[in-house]
Design a protein around this ligand. Structure first.
Ligand SMILES: [Zn+2]
Length: 345
């Protein structure tokens, strides 16, 4: 079928159908051709801008569980300032990016939140940054609304760890008012106890002292602000059907991954065991400035990657490229992240 390109609206519906070859099929292929708006010519000098941020949510299923990946924002840093490979020449980071055909000068870290509909309840894994991380994050609630979900509809939030880009979204600007007023809040008891103690020990962390102090202060204040709503759990606890909490310690002392199961279908949410789809996978033992215990974090990272590879699991990550769905395969150079194709279903 060869439809001539028309620079004006002179191509009538009948012409289109004729070129399409079949009346019935043509009507299916060009259902809008009878409408005057669609039939009008593209304006020569459009003032519509293509600039602006990317609104993003993505629906998918894990067996019978409906799921939604929601982007909360993200940030990009020059490779010189990126948190990967602390102590190594920046050229080594650039080389990993370049090998993957990614701009070798910039590292992008998106923030993604997973929403699940389990037994009629809306369960969210983490809460994004809220208004507490500058312009980088805070789009979660707006994007939920775009997807038809109000903050008050959320029944439960599983907090995987108490870093600002995961806990910040729970609290409004006054640091008091809950953003998800009807949500049960789950946290690993180990995580809660670590940050709410007077002196969280971050001495193994490679980040500058000012960042460590800010992190400790923010996590403690946010956790305490939501007392007594926390339900303190341990990995292995069955908190909801289809949800298994997996210890993935090191990024923080109580950092958890989440395995979602429905029938034969599974999704492994690695959360912050990986912060970049190229760097974390190719160099799983590099020190990440955000890890409280880099060696333990590296072991947890490999444990999850190996499991994902061995069981051919579908994976999700808080900082993988949106919509954050993929798979992991062992390679001679470490691991490869295989992005899942966008689905129209
Ligand atoms: Zn994170």
């Amino acid at each position: 079928m060869n439809i001539p390109i028309s620079t004006s609206s002179s191509l009538s519906r009948r012409d289109v159908l004729r070129y399409a070859g079949l009346g019935g099929l043509g009507a299916m292929l060009f259902p809008m051709m009878g409408h005057s708006a669609a039939a009008s010519a593209v304006p020569a000098g459009s003032t519509v801008s293509l600039r602006g941020y990317q609104p993003a949510y993505y629906r998918f299923n894990v067996g019978a569980i409906e799921a939604l990946a929601v982007n909360d924002g993200g940030f990009a840093v020059p490779v010189e300032e990126c948190p990967f490979g602390v102590g190594l020449p920046r050229e080594e980071v650039s080389a990993v990016l370049d090998d993957r055909r990614i701009d070798p000068g910039v590292v992008q870290i998106p923030f993604n939140v997973l929403v699940l509909r389990i037994g009629g309840r809306l369960v969210m894994v983490d809460s994004g940054c809220g208004v507490h991380n500058g312009a980088a994050g805070g789009r979660l609630v707006q994007h939920l609304e775009t997807a038809g979900i109000k903050a008050s509809d959320i029944s439960a939030v599983i907090l995987t760890h108490a870093h600002g880009d995961h806990i910040g979204g729970l609290l409004a600007a006054d640091f008091k008012t809950p953003v998800f007023p009807n949500a049960e809040l789950y946290v690993n008891r180990v995580e809660y106890d670590f940050w709410t103690s007077e002196q969280a020990d971050l001495s193994r962390m490679a980040a500058p002292e000012s960042m460590r102090a800010g992190m400790a202060k923010g996590a403690r204040a946010a956790l305490l602000a939501l007392d007594p709503r926390w339900q303190k759990v341990a990995p292995g606890d069955r908190i909801l059907d289809g949800i298994e909490l997996i210890p993935a310690y090191g990024h923080t002392p109580g950092h958890m991954a989440v395995l979602i199961s429905s029938g034969k279908n599974q999704l492994l949410h690695m959360v912050d065991a990986a912060h970049h789809h190229a760097i974390s996978l190719r160099q799983p033992d590099w020190v990440l400035a955000f890890d409280a215990d880099p060696e333990m974090a590296s072991r947890s990272r490999r444990m999850l990657f190996d499991r994902a590879d061995a069981d051919r699991l579908r994976v999700f990550g808080a900082h993988m490229p949106f919509p954050s769905l993929g798979a992991i395969r062992k390679s001679k150079d470490g691991y490869d992240y295989l992005m899942e194709p966008w689905s129209i279903a």
